[in-house]
Ligand binder design. Structure first.
Ligand code: F0G
Length: 353
């Protein structure tokens, strides 16, 4: 494929004869079967959906391309979003591609360096607020309500329409739904979109069963688990440092209708999963993405029997988004060495550093 989600899934998207079928090559991401980690948790059929392979390195591109195509169709003159980083990187890239100005509101000092670098490189106007993501989102929503600027956060319904295509791809690749879908939950748009996608595909006769939706938040930013907004959310997974998710109800519905759970994992569990995915599977994802595997490991420890079950973990963004954290959180494996064969032999063949 490689044609982009608007063309690949036009029949399931709000595409009209006037919708420009733009694409930066989003979607069609790999579904990679686990070679090592599945066996450690009694799961013989575990897959990772590598959403970091999208053009800007996260799943946001699936929804952004639809939101941007509709903005062009409607004659919009500028777009705005609030973001913990990935939405802003995606909005900035697609607006560069579409020649629309973009304004991104981010919580000052809380966005990972790779994401900030992207928004800068693509030429977005970056507005840093002293506040968290939730207050940035309120600002973006209020501003776009009273100004001729299109909001491209997931409150824009076209975003979730595009994001649901990841569920279609999983079903298309596996020939049916998995039994469980593990997914990180921040603003809760993505779990809402996946559930919509699985249901629509089932209605269209493309799959028989529906997966149980297993959403995970970070312990310090787990409003849905706790049943109340969190005023000052904290977690190492900055992408999901969110205290009052916009799609709260969508997440609850996905959980309840699918017989799934919304639970939480600690920062230590997130970092463990983050390191294991990289060192045992060769998958470098960002900490927020590792939440899905951290959640799966937790369910296994709590007794969930995964034998004979088909499980997908959604890995939402690439680890290159947050290089500082990688360098800080893995043990230092770099050693200085004299530039000679003997010195290298001493550190490799005849005893490791
Ligand atoms: N994983 C990553 C890498 C994210 O960037 C996000 C959200 C999520 C998971 C959670 O998805 O919000 O749909 O529940 N990032 C948003 C942003 C908030 O601004 O980039 P969600």
């Amino acid at each position: 494929m490689g044609v982009g989600v608007l063309t690949a899934y036009a029949d399931f998207l709000p595409v009209t004869p006037d919708t420009p079928l733009i694409s930066m090559g989003e979607g069609d991401t790999p579904l990679v079967r686990s070679r090592r980690l599945g066996a450690t948790i009694g799961c013989d059929e575990l897959y990772f959906k590598l959403e970091g392979c999208n053009p800007t390195g996260s799943f946001k591109d699936r929804g952004m391309v639809v939101a941007m195509a509709k903005a062009l169709e409607e004659g919009s003159k500028a777009v705005m979003c609030a973001s913990t980083g990935n939405t802003s990187a995606s909005a900035a890239a697609y607006s560069a591609y579409c020649d629309l100005p973009s304004f991104v509101i981010i919580p000052k000092g809380e966005v990972a360096m790779g994401k900030l670098a992207q928004a800068m490189a693509y030429g977005a106007r970056i507005l840093m607020v002293n506040g968290n993501f939730d207050s940035a989102l309120n600002l973006a929503r209020d501003f776009t309500e009273s100004h001729p600027v299109t909001l491209v956060n997931s409150l824009n319904p076209h975003r979730l329409q595009g994001q649901k295509t990841a569920a279609f791809e999983i079903v298309d690749t596996l020939g049916g739904s998995p039994d469980y879908l593990f997914i990180p939950v921040g603003n809760a748009g993505n779990i809402t979109a996946y559930w919509k996608g699985f249901k629509e595909y089932q209605s269209a006769g493309r799959s028989e069963v529906l997966p149980a939706m297993m959403g995970f938040q970070a312990e310090g930013a787990a409003p849905i688990v706790r049943g109340a907004p969190v005023a000052n959310p904290q977690t190492i997974a900055s992408a999901i440092r969110i205290g009052n998710p916009a799609s709260w109800e969508g997440a609850i519905e996905a959980r309840d209708d699918s017989g799934g759970v919304i639970d939480m994992v600690s920062d230590d569990e997130i970092l463990d999963a983050y390191r294991l995915l990289a060192s045992k599977e060769g998958i470098f994802c960002e900490p927020a993405s590792a939440v899905s595997f951290a959640g799966l490991s937790k369910m296994h420890r709590n007794g969930l029997n995964l034998s004979g079950r088909r499980v997908v973990c959604v890995l939402t963004g690439t680890g290159l988004k947050d290089p500082d954290l990688a360098v800080r959180s893995v043990s230092n494996q770099a050693t200085e060495v004299e530039p000679s064969i003997e010195a290298i032999e001493a550190l490799t063949i005849s005893g490791r550093a």
